[in-house]
Structure formats: C-alpha cells, structure tokens
Design a protein around this ligand. Structure first.
Ligand SMILES: Cc1cc2nc3c(=O)[nH]c(=O)nc-3n(C[C@H](O)[C@H](O)[C@H](O)COP(=O)(O)OP(=O)(O)OC[C@H]3O[C@@H](n4cnc5c(N)ncnc54)[C@H](O)[C@@H]3O)c2cc1C
Length: 382
C-alpha cells in the first residue's frame, strides 16, 4: 500500500490534536505534516492574568518544533492558498500535496471593522496583551472599558473573566476605589450560549464586584487618541484604557479557497467535521457547528476535541478500520473570578434536546484544574 499524506493547516488547539491523534494511529509509511506561520504559539487563555502582571510572559508559549518527537513533521510557513481541485496547498516555503486535509487556521481578527481598535488596547492577542500589561502597570486611577464588537468571539466567558480579574488585581493593589471597570457587549446578556441560569449568575457576579455591564452595545469606534469609545446603541464613553475584543472572521485564505461556500464560517458535517469536499475537514474556530439557537463556542477545548475526532476518522479511513463514534460536542471551559478561583462552564452541545450546560461555583480546586489544563497544553496533551 502506498503511504497517505495528511496535511494539517494551523498549529493551534485543533490542528495539533488532529496531527498527534492521526500520527499515533498510523504506521511509518504515512506522513503527517502540520503547517503554521509561527514556530512558537501562545495560549490566549493566559492573557487575562498576563495583563495584570500575574502571568509570566515567557511561560505562555509552546514550540511546534517539538512535534517531531511524535513523528509529526512541522513546517514553519504562511499558507498562501488552498487548491482543493488539485489537492495542493501553496505556502511561503513550498507547495505540498495531500490526500487528507485538516483546516485548523482559527479565526482572523478584523481590526479594521472597528475604526480605532487597531491602535487601542486588547487582551485577545499576545502582543496586544503585553502592551496592555505595560499600561495597566502604570494605572493608579481611572476607567477601564472592555468592549466587544460583535459575536461570535473566542471564549465567550473571556470578557467577564477579565473584568473580574481586573477587579481582583485592583483590590490587591489597593486602588479599587479609584478604578471603574465597565464591560460593553453586543449581546442581550453575558454568556448566552451557556444558558439563562449561567447568564444570570455571571451578571450577578459582575454586579457584586461593582463592575458595570452594558448589553446590546457593541463597540463601533474608538477615537484616534484611544480615549473615547462609541457603541451601537448610540452611547459613548471616555476611559483611560479602552480594550476591544476584535471582530472575528474566517481567515482570508480559507474564504478564498471556496471551501466555506461564501458563508461566514466553514460549514461542516457536525458528526464528522468534514466539509462538503470528501477528506477535507475543518475544525475549531474556523468552522460552525450549530447547537440549538447558537453554535458550539469558539474555544480551545472544542477545537481540541474536534481535532481528536478528525484524527480518529482520518486514521480509520487510511487503516480501513471501524468507523469511529460521531463527534459529541462535549467540552468545559474555565471562568476565573480572580487569580485564585475558577469556575467551569460548558457541557453537552450536541444532544437531540438542545445544549445541556452548567456553570459551577468558582473554587480553588477549579483554579488548580485550570493550571493543569495549561500545563497539559504546553506538553501537547491537549
Ligand atoms: C483571552 C482569551 C481567553 C481564552 N480562554 C480560553 C479558555 O480558557 N479555554 C479555552 O478552551 N479556550 C480559550 N480561548 C479560546 C481559544 O484560544 C481558541 O478558541 C482556540 O485557540 C481555537 O483553536 P484553533 O485550533 O481553532 O485555532 P488557533 O488556536 O487560533 O490556531 C490557529 C493557528 O493557525 C495559524 N495560522 C492562521 N492563519 C495562518 C496562515 N495563513 N498560515 C499559517 N498559519 C496560519 C495561527 O498562527 C495559529 O497558530 C481563549 C481565547 C482568548 C482570546
């Protein structure tokens, strides 16, 4: 039998898990290659603690070069185009062909969608987060605004988690009475994807901490000096630090390939994560998997679960072994209320009766779970 070529585009949560799972189930005739524009990738989930100086910036990354220990080839290159007709991917380094393709390129930030946001602060990107950390380290008084533009955005709990971490940090520094914290979101309430009860609990948690929440007010502009934000409800506010959650969109290279058929995200079969083209899969933030009135959230735990499933499916096709169980849409994310306590939120997103989700209380052991999750991520166990 001739060996098969499995090509994975993107070395984030989803891509790495797909590559590792596929490789582990194949013999050495077959090739698994992963491509990413960065050798070192960072865990965004560490950004909320990073911006308040409670996370070492040198300990948020992992090197994809280490995947060679597991028999996965890594190519550091930019994916320039995907040609599904000829089964080729053109990168800044070389052109590669494939038998099986996994698209795991995540979501692209559209900084131009909200004028002024590119030059404002953000905690949604590692470099932006480091800049925000420098600003916050000098802040003694004033107003901090966290402002989301429009759904969907990665990790729906992140704006609320970050607001609560800012509250904890300001209290710890003894400056809380001098700091106002406001969160503006486009949705009617926080964390709608996790259900009504979870949404109310998050709303209450913010209120108890003196954090202002303004709903149905997506940010539409930040002034050139970064000190005034305007919102979709016609309101505006001045602040000392305005941090936006950028508009997310499908990466240009994926849209250009035609695989999304002009849709905002790549449609896939929710049981197999396969696109409308046979043996081409799309996993993680780049796809859409409907769940009730929402979709499976854009979070690393789901990207990773989808990567594992796709790895099982591809290897079963190559090995001509039993068809794996369908993708289950199960996943739990963390929502930290401080540097010491985290809750867990999530559940089953693909049951016949709709999503079954819960939000636990924030606990010290929840934070320990989160720390373990981050360690496992660094060691390629997630
Ligand atoms: C502040 C914040 C907190 C979060 N907290 C959590 C959390 O607690 N738990 C959780 O589960 N999730 C969390 N997330 C969400 C999580 O980070 C994402 O959902 C997850 O990374 C998605 O995985 P992915 O594999 O789909 O894409 P990504 O991890 O984004 O990986 C995509 C990869 O593709 C590469 N790439 C993109 N385009 C190209 C190209 N043209 N050429 C080459 N390479 C390319 C990128 O460099 C990147 O490495 C958080 C996100 C943020 C922003």
């Amino acid at each position: 039998m001739v060996g098969s070529k499995v090509l994975v585009l993107g070395g984030g949560f989803g891509g790495v898990q797909a590559a590792i799972t596929t490789r582990a189930a194949l013999d050495s005739r077959h090739e698994v290659t992963i491509i990413d524009q960065h050798r070192i990738t960072h865990l965004c989930g560490m950004n909320p603690l990073l911006i308040v100086g409670e996370q070492d910036a040198n300990k948020t990354g992992r090197s994809l070069g280490r995947l060679s220990n597991r028999g996965v080839k890594f190519l550091e290159a930019h994916v320039n185009s995907i040609n599904t007709q000829d089964q080729k991917v053109i990168t800044s380094a070389q052109t590669l062909d494939y038998d099986y393709l996994v698209i795991a390129l995540g979501a692209q930030y559209d900084w131009n969608a909200v004028p002024g946001s590119k030059d404002a602060y953000s905690f949604y990107d590692f470099d932006y987060a480091r800049r925000m950390r420098r600003r916050l380290s000098r802040l003694k008084r004033g107003k901090i605004v966290l402002a989301a533009a429009k759904p969907p955005y990665k990790c729906p709990p992140a704006p609320f988690e970050t607001a609560m971490i800012l509250n904890w940090w300001a209290r710890k520094k003894g400056i809380r009475k001098n700091i106002e914290i406001s969160v503006y979101i486009p949705e009617p309430g926080p964390l709608g994807v996790a259900g009504k009860e979870a949404s109310t609990r998050v709303r209450n948690a913010l209120e108890q901490r003196g954090i202002e929440l303004i709903t149905q007010a997506g940010v539409v502009e930040v002034s050139p000096n970064g000190r005034e934000a305007s919102f979709a409800d016609g309101s505006s506010t001045f602040a000392d630090v305005i941090s936006t959650i950028p508009v997310h969109k499908i990466p240009d290279v994926v849209a250009d390939s035609g695989i999304s058929k002009g849709k905002p995200w790549v449609p896939v079969n929710s049981k197999t994560l396969e696109t409308s083209s046979e043996n081409i899969f799309a996993i993680g933030d780049v796809n859409i998997v409907p769940s009730g009135e929402f979709a499976i959230p854009k979070a690393g735990v789901f990207a990773s679960g989808q990567g594992r499933k796709v790895g099982e499916i591809i290897s079963s096709r190559i090995n001509q072994s039993d068809i794996p169980d369908p993708y289950d849409g199960i996943g739990l994310c963390y929502l930290s209320y401080s540097g010491g306590r985290s809750a867990m939120v999530g559940g089953k997103f693909l049951t016949d009766s709709g999503p079954e989700t819960t939000l636990s209380d924030p606990t010290v052991s929840g934070k320990k779970h989160k720390d373990r999750f981050e360690r496992d991520w660094r060691n390629f166990k997630i």
